[in-house]
Design a protein around this ligand. Sequence first.
Ligand SMILES: Cc1cc2nc3c(=O)[nH]c(=O)nc-3n(C[C@H](O)[C@H](O)[C@H](O)COP(=O)(O)OP(=O)(O)OC[C@H]3O[C@@H](n4cnc5c(N)ncnc54)[C@H](O)[C@@H]3O)c2cc1C
Length: 328
Amino acid sequence: MRRLTNVNPASLVESVERLTADGTRAAVVGGGTDLLGMIKDDLVPTEVLVNLKGLTERGSLDLVETEPVGIRIGGLVTLAQLSTHPLVTAQYRGLAEAAGSAATPQIRNVGTVAGNICQRPWCWYFRQNFPCYKHGGNRCFSRVGENEFNAIFGGGPSYIVHPSDTAPALITLGANFRIVGPSGERVISASDFFTLPRTDVSRENILEPNEVLANIYVPSTPGLRSTYAKVLDREAWTHAVTSVALALEMDGNVVSRASIVLGGVAPIPWPLKAVEELLAGQRITESLAAEAGRLAVDGAQPLSKNGYKVTLTENLVRNTLQSLANEV
Ligand SMILES: Cc1cc2nc3c(=O)[nH]c(=O)nc-3n(C[C@H](O)[C@H](O)[C@H](O)COP(=O)(O)OP(=O)(O)OC[C@H]3O[C@@H](n4cnc5c(N)ncnc54)[C@H](O)[C@@H]3O)c2cc1C
């Protein structure tokens, strides 16, 4: 068993200094529901836990607060808080549903939203410590192996799927991430945060190892309706086999703008631009929802054992669209 050092920085600046000083030996820990399991299974070299829950400047990091044009969510806000917070449930139902659909009540009580967005892949081969691309190797075992839960879009050279439930919802809501690092802060759109393996197979997002995801800004859009729907391989407590986050801006019963992003089917939350264009300016009918479902899976490239995800995703998109439209 490796020896771990827990450090409790007082500020974000101090956290970044510690991450910079200890390099790959150090990692940020929020709730630890993902990181501590990876350490136990020897999947990551972490020896120094930079514990954000010890920050004395927590304030904005563990609160959901109103902003002049929306809300600001602290990276340490738990999934349980996010799923029930009145500011979130009132205006951003899709985000509340996504947070409330993740994992188990116990994990949601300690797991943070930043940890949810930054969690590592749950591909069977990565978690069993196979020498795959994610562990610095030179192959993806799922490409020809047990690939029931792997990518049908955007794969190659690695076929992991992005596991976060909150990330697709945040993208549909136009969220921005505040990142703190050694040269100060930067704000980046949630839709630009995630990285395809063909760009850099070693990582899932653009964060440098010494950067911290501090806050999430979600703009307010009057009349926006959103939802999140997820298909599991068992009744509860697990990641999405496929999921869809949907946000519709309506003008009466006509869609003025649609935003739609899939989860669990690609190495990043997978945006459906062609479907968004199809829906803009239209009234959602049964036949339009069916066409949207078909278009959603256009270009899918299933592996040997995950063709079933194509049909599931098509049906999920069609049904979710239809039921959100019926509420208008
Ligand atoms: C049994 C089980 C079921 C699960 N099911 C789901 C599910 O259905 N849906 C889902 O989305 N997730 C699921 N998870 C994954 C995950 O543990 C939780 O979603 C949780 O939100 C992770 O948050 P955390 O604060 O515990 O992360 P941690 O374990 O603390 O961190 C996770 C990763 O993010 C990094 N990190 C944490 N905070 C920051 C930050 N502020 N800035 C930069 N990097 C950071 C850490 O270094 C680490 O690499 C599941 C986990 C388990 C064990």
